[in-house]
Ligand binder design. Structure first.
Ligand SMILES: Cc1cc2nc3c(=O)[nH]c(=O)nc-3n(C[C@H](O)[C@H](O)[C@H](O)COP(=O)(O)O)c2cc1C
Length: 315
């Protein structure tokens, strides 16, 4: 299919979005009046995300990148979330109306390819309060809330939830198998990259060797030592709110990248319904969708692969 080079560039940028296990669960349909972003029904994580909540959040992240890309090209898009049989999708319709995106989003474009998730240690540098305020405002622009976890006692409780949820997940052989399944050489174009020759051993270790207790301790250490711990959530819970959460998350992450900060996800409590309920109670508001630490990475985050645009098109 001959794609308009401008649209191709938008889709390439959209596909740089983060996604659970780098599963890239999005598909695009280019129509005469705009672009549609759909969930890919084949890219599912039945163990860690049985309801598809994170899948829709990931699609929301891709939608935000598309909005940023279009805004940077001075093109207005009317964003219309829709509900269809297998899940929600988003229509981004061309419009001559200059919406708020054209003013606020273009400066984020250069950060789309530079944003990365981080899995290592953070440098001890604090995240300045004005940066946290800017992130809270970015989330609010998308109709979602972002809440820094402050105070020793609330943080201790959340560290406990991260520790317990991590241990529960690593004690589940099906969860471990699903994670190992998504670990593959970068040439695959998706998943979590592992060495071409050492990948088999890494997958075996994930399936059989890694100690749940050790993982739990390591994740708890990240949660307790991170410069800032942030929860992002919505007032009600449902597919449309997951789409908004994804757009909010990506807007926050791009804004954070602009200031040199990276996210380290700590979503384990959100992937287990009882732990998620406990987290909601602890935070005292709405429905938490994501939990992550933020800081300056003590190293260079590695790029993860993406599939070519041709494989992402839906007719
Ligand atoms: C909804 C969502 C949930 C995620 N959950 C986790 C997680 O629990 N643990 C983790 O290490 N990374 C998590 N990630 C990060 C992805 O693994 C990461 O986005 C993907 O590997 C691509 O890498 P990149 O973000 O550096 O481009 C999540 C990302 C999204 C969008």
């Amino acid at each position: 299919m001959d794609l308009d080079p401008v649209i191709r560039n938008w889709l390439e940028l959209a596909a740089q979005a983060p996604s659970s296990h780098n599963s890239q669960p999005w598909r695009f349909r280019v129509a005469r009046d705009g672009v549609e972003v759909w969930t890919d029904p084949e890219r599912v994580l039945p163990v860690s995300d049985p309801g598809g909540r994170e899948r829709v959040i990931s699609v929301g992240c891709a939608v935000m990148n598309l909005r940023v890309a279009a805004a940077a090209d001075g093109r207005g898009l009317n964003v219309r979330p829709e509900q269809a049989g297998p899940g929600p999708y988003v229509r981004l319709l061309n419009t001559t109306h200059a919406g708020a995106d054209l003013q606020t989003l273009p400066l984020l474009k250069e950060w789309i390819p530079r944003r990365r998730s981080w899995r290592g240690r953070f440098r001890p540098d604090p995240v300045p309060p004005e940066v946290v305020d800017a992130l809270v405002a970015a989330a609010r622009q998308e109709g979602v809330w972002l809440r820094p976890v402050t105070g020793t006692e609330p943080r201790r409780e959340i560290v406990r939830l991260v520790r317990e949820a991590t241990r529960e997940q690593w004690r589940n052989p099906a969860w471990r198998a699903e994670l190992a399944h998504w670990m593959r050489p970068a040439a695959a174009g998706d998943g979590l990259p592992v060495g071409r020759f050492t990948g088999g051993l890494t997958r075996w270790a994930v399936r059989r060797l890694v100690s749940p207790r050790r993982m739990a301790r390591a994740e708890a250490r990240v949660a307790s030592g991170a410069p800032v711990l942030l929860a992002l959530g919505t007032g009600i819970d449902g597919p449309m709110q997951s789409l908004a959460a994804g757009q909010g998350l990506q807007r926050v992450l791009l804004e954070a990248a602009r200031h040199g900060f990276c996210a380290r996800y700590l979503n384990q409590p959100l992937q287990l319904p009882e732990r998620r309920a406990e987290l909601a109670e602890q935070l005292g508001r709405g429905h938490p969708q994501l939990l992550f630490a933020l800081g300056r990475p003590d190293g260079t985050p590695r790029a993860t692969p993406r599939r070519p645009v041709e494989l992402l098109l839906r007719t």
